[in-house]
Design a protein around this ligand. Sequence first.
Ligand SMILES: *Cc1c(COP(=O)(O)O)cnc(C)c1O
Length: 425
Amino acid sequence: MSCVSTRGDATVAFGDAILEGLAPDGGLYVPAKSIPFDVDATAGASYAGLARAILSRWVEPDLLDFESLYSFGAPIVELSGRGWTGIKILELFHGPTNSFKDYGARFLGPALGIALEARRRTGLVLVATSGDTGSAVADAMSDVPGLRVVLLFPHGKVSAVQERQLTARRPGVRAVAVEGTFDDCQRLVKEAFGTAAVPGLTSANSINIGRLLPQQVYYAWAAVHCDQPIDVVVPSGNLGNLAAGFLARMSGVPIGRFVAAHNRNDWFVRYLRGDRPVAVGSVQTLSNAMDVGAPSNFERLQYWCQGKALADLVTGYSISDDETCDVMRTLHQETGYLADPHTAVGLAAARRFRKESGSSLPTFVLATAHPAKFQDIVERATGVSPAIPPSLSAIDQTDYRLIGAELDSVLDIVREEHALLPSLD
Ligand SMILES: *Cc1c(COP(=O)(O)O)cnc(C)c1O
C-alpha cells in the first residue's frame, strides 16, 4: 500500500513515507486509499490476530511477530454505579512503557528496520517528547538493526517516573534533557530536520504515519466486543490518536461519534465550536502529555473531512485541572478505579458528553497512561498511591545529557550518534 501527502497527489511507498516522516511539500502522509475492513470476520481473534489482519496490508506479515509485539493486548473495564454506567475503559497502558504510545512505536520500529534494510541504509531517529513518546520509541527501537535514537525532553517538566523511563540506559539510545519547554524541544527537532547537516534523519512523532496505522487496531478491538456501534472518547493533544480513530472508522469500524477530550490547551475545542482560534504556546497542566498549543494532526483530520464540518463527527471538551482531580477522586470513591490524569480528562468529557448528547451507544474512554506514571498527582487527588507495575520498577540504570535549548548542541549530539551507526559497505 502507498501513501499520499495531504497537500499533493504523488504517491510514495509506505517505507519511504515512514523514513521521511513529513512529505517534501510540507504535508502529512495519509494512506492513498482506505480499504474496508470486515470487523465481523475477525470475531474471536486475539488482539495480535486483529493487528495482523489490519497491518498486513502495510508490512509483509511474515516479517513481524505480532504475538510478541502486542502480547499485552488491550483490556476492557466496564464501569458501573451512579453516573458511570455505560462507560467502558479501554486500557492502553499495559505495554512495556505503560502508555498507549507503545502500540505505535512497537510497529514503527520494526517497520523502519525493514524499510532501511530494503534500501541498504541506516537511520537516526530524532524525537521530541513531552513524556510518553520518548520512552515508547526508545524501548521499541533500541534493538532495531541499523537504527539509533536521540530523544529530547524538557528538563524538569516530566514526572519522576517518566524521567526514569526516558533516561533508562538502552543500547543505541541517547536521552537528552533540554533546558526549556516541550515547545523548545519540538522546535529544535524541526530546525535539525531543516539543516542539511545530517543525512538520514527520521522522525518518530505522531506526524509519522507508521505510528498511526497500528493505533487503529484497538478501536477495532473495542468495536468487536460490542454488538452495536460505539462512541469513543480520546484524551487528546497532538490529535494523533484521534486521527487513528478516523482511519479505523474509514475502514469500516462501527464508530458513532468521537469525543476529543482536551485539558486547558483547547485550540481544537474552540475550532469545533466555530471560533477561528489562533495558535498559541501551550500552558502547563496536570495532564502534561496533552499540553500542546497547536495540534499537528489537525491537517489530517481536515483532509479526510473534505470540506465537511469536523463538528459533524467530533464533539470537543476542555477540562480544567480541578475537574480532572475531582473526577479522579469521585471515580475512585464510587468505583474503586484509579485513573491517571489524562484518562481522567477523558472520563470527565465522557460524562458531559453522555449527559448532553443523550447517546445510547456504549461510550469507550481510551485510558492512555498507567496511573503509576503520575503517582504524586493520583495520590494527591485520591489519597491512594497506585502500585508500580513490574516494567517500571525494573529500570536500574539511567543516563542523560543536559543541554541548553540551542540547535548547535543538538546537532553536535546528532553527529556523534550518526558516527556510531554501522557502515554498510
Ligand atoms: C501522547 C498522549 C496523549 C495525547 O495523544 P495525541 O495523539 O497527541 O493526541 C494523551 N495521553 C497520554 C498519556 C499521552 O502520552
